[in-house]
Design a protein around this ligand. Structure first.
Ligand code: CO
Length: 140
């Protein structure tokens, strides 16, 4: 069902200091940067081979990532798995009785379709399902 890890999501207070670590010290290539109003974040994707690290900075304290930071501070936020058919994946997970945060896919960065599985269904690991936009192809 899951073809690979698409990215690891990391919650940060501010993007610039995080970029000093991931881009400058770890020397990862910055692949994309986008404000996703619907999710209340500014996101940065960095390439790690064919996978990514996604840095997430909240647009405000009342956003999901803002609340996460207030609750537990910066750090690992979610794991995202890539799929080719997110509708079929969500149907299968729902069929298996897993609690979904998103019953239907919403728009993620770079035109991807994404949905989150509830951490209570996944042993505390917030899990994202990503179907990349067709134009992004298999290499992103
Ligand atoms: Co993500």
């Amino acid at each position: 069902m899951f073809s690979r890890i698409d990215h690891i999501g990391v919650a940060v207070e501010e993007l610039e200091p995080a970029l000093e670590l991931y881009r400058d010290s770890f020397q990862l290539q910055l692949a994309h940067r986008e404000v996703v109003e619907e999710q209340g974040v500014e996101a940065v994707l960095l390439d790690v081979g064919e996978n990514h690290v996604e840095l997430l900075a909240p647009l405000g304290p009342e956003t999901p990532v803002g609340k996460f930071l207030a609750r537990q501070g910066p750090g690992l936020h979610h794991v995202a798995y890539q799929v080719t058919d997110i509708d079929a994946t969500l149907a299968a997970l729902s069929q298996a009785g897993l609690a979904l945060i998103d019953e239907r896919p919403r728009t993620g960065i770079r035109g991807s379709r994404v949905a989150f599985v509830h951490p209570r269904a996944t042993g505390g690991v917030l899990t994202e399902i990503v179907e990349p936009a067709a134009a992004a192809g298999a290499d992103h």
